[in-house]
Design a protein around this ligand. Structure first.
Ligand SMILES: *[C@@H]1O[C@H](CO)[C@@H](O)[C@H](O)[C@H]1NC(C)=O
Length: 287
């Protein structure tokens, strides 16, 4: 009888001689080695990835710039929310402090929001469409410079010059207040000839809203377009207002025609209060 058979009899097991060489201590040692290799291996792997965004590397990425250019990289994260219409979200675009300074200034000047009237419409026939209060504010009217900073950053993020933007329209929606769906472009067929158009809209949410108050795009990706949508229902793509977030969407295609999917509105506020600063971006710098 050889040694192995002896042991197998003693332990009541048969078979693989390797078993006997790997006792508990050896198995533990192997496990430890594999664990450490995995741990340090993956760690150095992730460090490798992070190098891409370390400041030294980004400094090296900056190129010589033109007279009006920047000498550093901008860090303005965004999320594409939709291509139909072209809509993107800039999370944390403005600080809490900036948002609150803008609200404070606007609060003293609020008046019921108006509407551009189509042929045959009167203030009386349209008064339920847009129930918010608001005020127009130019950046230079804000002593805290918050509007100035937001406008500057917005021009950089969109690369549409500041001169193409209208004054900020700061709006407050109280409980139940809303803005039925509409287009920001003025269709000449309905409003008469237009020397200039609102090609894009930039919305900065100045407050959180506990419930409701979303910006909605009912025709996003062509949905709801042929079912007799009634311009009041809160459907389609809905963007939840969060203090400091900014939403940008284009109302025109690159070829200058109107984007029918850019129909949008503000869902009624169900709980809380909604503050938003809107800036309409024109396709001309004179309007
Ligand atoms: C303009 O662009 C849109 C979107 O790409 C397209 O659907 C439309 O047919 C174009 N219109 C003209 C007149 O080129």
């Amino acid at each position: 009888m050889d040694k192995y058979n002896m042991k197998s009899k003693v332990r009541g097991r048969s078979g693989n001689p390797l078993r006997y060489k790997l006792g508990l201590p050896q198995v533990l040692l192997c496990c430890t080695i594999f664990f450490l290799a995995g741990y340090y291996g993956s760690n150095s792997f992730f460090q490798e990835e992070e190098k891409v965004i370390d400041p030294l590397t980004t400094e090296k990425m900056v190129l010589d710039h033109g007279v009006t250019g920047d000498n550093s990289l901008s860090d303005i994260p965004f999320q594409v929310l939709s291509w139909r219409p072209r809509a993107l979200l800039y999370p944390n675009f403005a600080s809490k402090k900036q948002c609150e300074a803008i609200i404070k200034l606007a609060r003293t000047r609020l008046a019921p929001s108006g509407l551009a009237l189509r042929k045959g419409e009167t203030e009386d026939t349209t008064k339920e469409i847009r129930t918010s209060s608001g005020t127009f504010l130019r950046a230079d009217e804000d002593k805290t410079r918050s509007l100035e900073e937001v406008e500057e950053k917005m021009a950089r993020a969109t690369m549409v010059p500041r001169g193409n933007g209208e004054a900020f329209n700061v709006l407050r929606y109280n409980l139940g207040q809303k803005y039925d769906c509409h287009y920001d472009v003025f269709d000449p067929a309905e409003y008469g000839p237009q020397p200039s158009q609102r090609m894009a809209s930039f919305l900065l949410y100045l407050s959180d809203v506990e419930e409701g108050g979303e910006t909605m795009f009912p025709f996003e990706n062509y949905q709801n377009m042929n079912i007799g949508y009634n311009y009041k229902d809160c459907v389609g793509l809905k963007v939840k207002p969060r203090q400091g977030d900014a939403l940008l969407f284009y109302s025109m295609h690159p070829n200058g025609t109107f984007d029918k999917t850019a129909l949008h509105g503000s869902c009624p506020v169900i709980k809380g209060e909604k503050w938003v600063a809107t800036k309409w971006i024109r396709n001309t710098d004179k309007f």
